[in-house]
Every structure is written in structure tokens, then in C-alpha cells.
Write a new protein. Structure first.
Length: 326
């Protein structure tokens, strides 16, 4: 066990200089990147109240399920403290406070912080949300943390974040197009820029793993296999509402997303396929026997999951969230 940890640390510090070099290809300069206020009514202007009225008018057209998904997405984004503190606990990340990994973690957090901020303000202004109920769920989610099955292993963690950034990209992108269909162009724009951020972040995490595959292919393959066997759980899997037990709201949130086609079992398979391609799993070299077996498992997985997904029925059970007014 100790040997593996040492090796991981070695690999992490080997990649660190590349990180510092490449990091800003995946991040945008702070002074010019979008900020929540670019999209929201400006309270210092005399048009503030009429702008809010307009915002509320278009928010009226959003379907119940879409509002539910948007709230779940927002709470997920707002649990950012969990993700940042988690990343700093990953083996090799915080060894050097000024090193590439810590720098990446802080810059990534800074970009991510705008997502929950923007969506929360939008939802507050929309008038459709019981903010107190939503805030309680947010506090619960941060307090409850998560259990994503990665331990402190950087390989498993960055495989997880690669997957997760792609999943949030899909989800925000779909909310954007659904919002547009429902007549809310402002919300559509907001979710569009957030989806753009997630796509950049996904590229970064995928690059880290690509580098890891270059120097430690067998262990990287085993880590990938392990994460896929466990299945990638969503970071909000502990989601709950007032009076409910830990995780009890999560299934209703994902049902709403599945019903609307915002994020489905098919998307899970598509993301897996993308990772297999981008990490050149099929043609990976330098594998030992167990690595070869792991590769076989991964290569066969999309077809297997697809068969399962085809048998799955669209969840019809309607659920009344405490978060939504009326
Ligand atoms: Fe985000
Ligand atoms: Fe993200």
C-alpha cells in the first residue's frame, strides 16, 4: 500500500511542472472572464424593477421539472466547499502550497464559484423558489459531504472529475436549450456560459489523466476500471430536504432530469465512450496482465451499459419538492 502512495506522489510531482505550463490554457483571465453581474439586473439602475419583472415573466414559462433540475444543479454547484477541501486532501496536491496542483485547485474553485452564485441569484429573483427550503438543502449537502469512492488517490479523483465535468457540461447545456424552448432566453444564456466553463475544466482534468497514462499506464488503467465498476456517483448523491433523511431527495432530482432528457443513462454511456477515446484506451501500451484485463472490462462496458439503459423506463413518478412555490 505504501509503495503505491509513494509512486502516486512521484507521478504527481512529475506532472506538476507541466501543470504550471498548461494550466492557463484551460483557465480564463480573471479580469475579463464573465461574472454573474454580467447577466443579472443591476440594482443601482432605475430600470432594476422593470428588469426583474421581465425576468419573472419569462421564468413563469419554465416547467416544474426544469425548475427542480435547476435547483438541484444550483445546490450541487453551491456545495463547492466540499469539492475544494476534498481536492486538497488528494495525495500529492497540497504538498507544495505554491505548486501547480494547489494553484490549479484554487483557480478552478474561483471559476466554479461563479456558477452557484449566478444560479442562486437568478432563482431568488425568479420568484418561483422557496429559498429557505433550498438554502436548507444546500447547508445539508455541504454538512453531509459526499462519498465518491476515490479515497485520496489522485488517479481515481481526476478520473472522477473528468467524468463529472463532462456530466455537468451536458446537464447545464441541456437546461440552457430547454430554458430557451420555454421562452427564458436569459436563463438559457446563463446556463450556456456555465456549460462552457465545465467543458474547459473537463479538458484540463482529461489532460491530467492523459499525462498519468503516459507515465503510469497500468495503474491508471486499474484506477479507471475500479471507478467504472463502482459507477460514477453524482456529487449531490446525499441531497435531502427538510425533514428527510440523507440522500432521500437525490433520486427525485435525477428522475426529473431523466424525464426531461437533461441527463440520462445514455449520457453516462456517451461520456464513458468519450473518455475511452480521449485516453486512447484501446491502443494503450505498457500494461501488465491485470491492466490488460482492466482494459477489456472498460472496452466492453459501453455496450453493456447501453443494453441496460435501453431496458430502463422513463421515471414517471411525479414528486412535489419543498423547494418550489405553488
Ligand atoms: Fe460548475
Ligand atoms: Fe465544473
Amino acid at each position: 500500500m505504501h509503495f503505491f502512495e509513494e509512486k502516486r506522489k512521484e507521478v504527481m510531482s512529475h506532472i506538476e511542472p507541466h501543470m504550471l505550463e498548461k494550466m492557463f490554457e484551460y483557465l480564463k483571465p480573471i479580469d475579463t472572464i464573465w461574472q454573474p453581474s454580467d447577466f443579472l439586473p443591476d440594482a443601482s439602475r432605475s430600470t432594476f424593477f422593470s428588469e426583474i419583472k421581465e425576468l419573472q415573466e419569462s421564468a413563469k414559462g419554465l416547467s416544474y421539472d426544469l425548475i427542480a433540475v435547476l435547483i438541484g444543479d444550483t445546490i450541487t454547484e453551491e456545495a463547492l466547499p466540499t469539492y475544494e477541501s476534498w481536492l486538497t486532501m488528494v495525495e500529492g496536491v497540497s504538498d507544495n502550497e505554491e505548486g501547480g496542483w494547489m494553484k490549479w485547485t484554487r483557480h478552478w474553485t474561483a471559476e466554479e464559484n461563479r456558477h452557484g452564485d449566478l444560479l442562486n441569484k437568478y432563482l431568488y429573483l425568479s420568484g418561483r423558489v422557496n429559498m429557505r427550503m433550498m438554502e436548507v438543502s444546500t447547508q445539508y449537502l455541504i454538512a453531509d459531504g459526499f462519498d465518491i469512492g476515490t479515497g485520496r488517490d489522485p488517479y481515481r479523483n481526476f478520473i472522477y472529475t473528468s467524468f463529472q465535468e463532462l456530466a455537468t457540461n451536458v446537464s447545464h447545456r441541456r437546461v440552457a436549450s430547454q430554458a430557451k424552448k420555454d421562452g427564458d432566453t436569459l436563463l438559457s444564456k446563463m446556463c450556456g456560459v456555465i456549460a462552457g466553463d465545465e467543458a474547459r475544466h473537463a479538458k484540463a482534468y482529461k489532460y491530467f489523466i492523459e499525462k498519468i497514462f503516459e507515465v503510469d499506464p497500468n495503474e491508471a488503467m486499474l484506477a479507471f476500471e475500479d471507478m467504472m465498476r463502482k459507477k460514477i456517483v453524482m456529487p449531490a448523491h446525499f441531497l435531502r430536504e427538510v425533514g428527510l433523511k440523507i440522500g432521500q431527495t437525490f433520486g427525485h432530482f435525477t428522475d426529473a432530469a431523466e424525464r426531461l432528457g437533461i441527463y440520462t443513462a445514455l449520457d453516462y454511456v456517451d461520456i464513458l465512450k468519450e473518455l475511452i477515446e480521449d485516453w486512447h484506451i484501446e491502443s494503450a501500451t505498457g500494461l501488465e496482465e491485470n491492466g490488460e484485463k482492466a482494459r477489456d472490462y472498460i472496452m466492453n462496458l459501453p455496450a453493456r451499459l447501453l443494453r441496460v439503459a435501453e431496458r430502463m423506463k422513463n421515471p414517471m413518478l411525479e414528486y412535489k419538492f419543498s423547494w418550489i412555490n405553488g
